[in-house]
Design a protein. Structure first.
Length: 293
């Protein structure tokens, strides 16, 4: 603990731009666009505007899984939205998602475009549209939906709670880190207990529940986020590890992880995706080779 004086909240909170830490340049207490910018539109029915954060990966994995099943109507253009540069506050993006968060989807397959925002809503929309990755019988379907909503309610404690205070906050606060580390480990234990007797979260069937939970908790289980694998003893959650490895082997998952990725191995980064062949020709390593030749 530090000897700094205790913070006493004022009667009325006011915005101090200098207190935003790593994300001070994009965080603000009001909604709406900061600048005018139309979004590009490609040739496919589905237009995705996203970034390969865990929330973004959910949707690209879902789309690649649908295509792997043969749903040609799931062809999509994936456009990069760089949230570090504030591109989510452009007027075109805000028109699709007034909450200015990725991912956002426009379905242009019908007579009028349909906007879909929030990753869980997008997964459910696509599952309903194509009749896939959502069980048909009411009991298993409800189980899948329960785990989908579990993820939506739990991940903010992992990301905005633990991840922020452990990895991104401008100063380490013992109370905050302890509070959210405890909750994150509790969540891992919730998953571990469920997966002890079930192959997937809804039971024996891979579903949108797994597609929603895996990008967050699978990455955590492998120590790929926040540099916190050792700190949280993630190796102890054996059933989560088994489930994580099983899903990671799926070809559609491997492709989905690459789309809109801007960090890591250049061979794993496909900044934009407009055709299935882009995985073979337009990853950053291939683009770099072409530029050098």
């Amino acid at each position: 603990m530090t000897d700094a004086p205790a913070y006493v909240p004022p009667k009325v909170w006011t915005w101090n731009k200098e207190n935003g830490g790593q994300f001070a340049n994009i965080n603000r207490p009001i909604a709406g666009p900061t600048h005018d910018k139309e979004l590009p539109v490609g040739r496919h029915p589905l237009q995705l505007y996203s970034l390969a954060t865990p929330n973004g990966v959910k949707v690209t994995v879902m789309l690649e899984e649908l295509l792997a099943l043969g749903h040609k109507g799931a062809e999509y253009d994936a456009w990069l939205i760089n949230i570090g540069k504030g591109e989510q506050f452009g007027s075109g993006f805000v028109d699709i998602n007034p909450n200015s968060k990725i991912p956002a989807l426009m379905d242009r397959s019908g007579p009028e475009p349909i906007r879909v925002f929030e990753s869980g809503s997008i997964l459910f929309y696509l599952a309903e549209k194509f009749g896939a990755f959502l069980p048909k019988d009411i009991k298993t379907r409800t189980e899948a939906m329960s785990w989908l909503f579990w993820q939506m309610g739990s991940a903010p404690y992992l990301g905005g709670g633990f991840g922020h205070f452990y990895a991104y906050a401008p100063s380490k606060i013992e109370y905050a880190i302890d509070r959210f580390a405890m909750e994150t480990k509790r969540q891992l234990d919730v998953l571990d207990r469920r997966l002890a007797d079930n192959e997937y979260l809804a039971g024996s069937e891979y579903s949108i529940a797994d597609i929603a939970v895996w990008p967050w908790y699978g990455a955590l289980a492998k120590g790929l986020v926040y540099g916190a694998g050792e700190f949280l003893s993630v190796q102890d959650y054996k059933n989560v590890q088994r489930w994580t490895d099983q899903i990671a082997k799926r070809p559609a998952v491997k492709r989905g992880r690459m789309v809109n990725r801007v960090s890591g191995d250049p061979a794993s980064q496909l900044h934009e995706r407009h055709d299935a062949g882009d995985f073979d020709t337009k990853t950053q390593d291939k683009i770099g080779e072409a530029a050098a030749s």
